[in-house]
Design a binder for this molecule. Structure first.
Ligand SMILES: NC(=O)c1ccc[n+]([C@@H]2O[C@H](COP(=O)([O-])OP(=O)(O)OC[C@H]3O[C@@H](n4cnc5c(N)ncnc54)[C@H](O)[C@@H]3O)[C@@H](O)[C@H]2O)c1
Ligand SMILES: O=C(O)C[C@H](O)C(=O)O
Length: 326
């Protein structure tokens, strides 16, 4: 077992997602069974007493990998020396809202947190933004952290990836393990595009195993609108599944994976997606670094959907520019 704990910062630690996330990080699900963790938990001042309750529960679990827990309301103190930052803390949307409606309320959180990471995080920092609207919040954070390579900022579309796998597995009555090379493209909003034309199920092209009408009229809308459906049903946004996806994304980035996974990353212009936005792509991870999978064939329908989602991201970028956040 390695002896130096990895410093994992989590914002919004007393929130719904935080309550599912922290216990899994402390149990080793994030960085593996041989890596001790120091948790550094950021909250707004009024939530600190509730956070102390969560810390009591962490103590009560006696996790062997949890070396210590630091809590506070000052980003520079909490992010000091952080190797991993999971930026979850932000307001969730309510029924009837779009995620982009959160930009003016949540966007400013990520200017301050980006600047604080820039000042005090460890040189190897990896940042994953879960708080919505996640893609553009990641753009805000990286824009306010000019000394950190922008490749170190990702946003979460792994939940959409997992949802797409779940829906397809159910439809074809196969295990989720049979599904490979699935990817979400674009924004974590209802314009996202889950591509079944490059997805394989037991080696066969997924789009050949289902009707086109099912893909267009059921599969894509179900995946894209799943967050809203959960808010309607639960009266609160997804939390346990969002925490699981946050773990999956950072685990695969930090530890590695053999699979293609969906990661929202700063676009380098691949597949015509413009630079200057953080968009979801099929990615591979090697030695702690992600790369966008190149050379995929995209049909006209896929190209149109991907560009429509990129346009949403450009609109959000223009909005935060106008707000002076980037
Ligand atoms: N990308 C995704 O797939 C995905 C999935 C689910 C939820 N989300 C988003 O994640 C965010 C959190 O969701 P939740 O259900 O945990 O919400 P929540 O309201 O239960 O918790 C959010 C927490 O963040 C804290 N917070 C607010 N401002 C903060 C700041 N400046 N610094 C530190 N902490 C701060 C709040 O005090 C609160 O405890 C929301 O924006 C939600 O929409 C994203
Ligand atoms: O839909 C939401 O607002 C929450 C989250 O982004 C989700 O996809 O579940």
């Amino acid at each position: 077992m390695s002896t130096t704990p990895v410093k994992v910062a989590v914002t919004g630690a007393a929130g719904q997602i935080g309550y599912s996330l922290l216990f899994r990080i402390a149990s080793g699900a994030l960085l593996g069974p041989d890596t001790p963790v120091e948790l550094r938990l950021l909250e707004v001042t009024p939530a600190l007493p509730a956070l102390e309750g969560v810390v009591m529960e962490l103590d009560d679990c006696a996790f062997p990998l949890l070396s210590s827990v630091v809590t506070g309301d000052n980003p520079e103190q909490i992010f000091d020396g952080a190797n991993v930052a999971l930026l979850v803390g932000a307001m969730p949307r309510k029924d009837g809202m779009d995620r982009a409606d959160l930009l003016s309320a949540n966007g400013k959180i990520f200017t301050g947190q980006g600047a604080a990471l820039n000042k005090v995080a460890a040189d190897d920092i990896k940042v994953l933004v879960t708080g919505n609207p996640a893609n553009t919040n990641a753009l805000i954070a990286l824009s306010n952290a000019p000394d950190i390579p922008k490749e170190r900022f990702n946003a979460l579309t792994r939940l959409d990836h997992n949802r797409a796998k779940g829906q397809l597995a159910k439809k074809l009555e196969v295990s989720v393990d049979a599904i490979k090379d699935l990817a979400i493209w674009g924004n974590h909003d209802d314009s996202m595009y889950p591509d079944l034309y490059n997805t394989k199920v037991d080696g066969k092209v997924a789009a050949d195993l289902v009707d086109e009408a099912w893909i267009k009229d059921e599969f894509i809308p179900t995946v894209a609108k799943r967050g809203g459906a959960i808010i309607k049903a639960r009266g609160a946004s997804s939390a346990a599944s969002a925490a699981a996806a946050t773990i999956d994304h950072m685990h695969d980035w930090y530890v590695g994976t053999d699979e293609i996974v969906s990661m929202s990353v700063p676009s380098d212009g691949s597949y015509g997606v413009p630079e200057g936005i953080v968009s979801s792509f099929p990615c591979r991870v090697k030695n702690g670094q992600w790369e966008i999978v190149q050379g995929l064939e995209l049909n006209d329908f896929s190209k149109e959907r991907i560009m429509a989602s990129a346009k949403r991201l450009e609109d959000e970028r223009d909005q935060v520019k106008q707000l002076g956040l980037i």
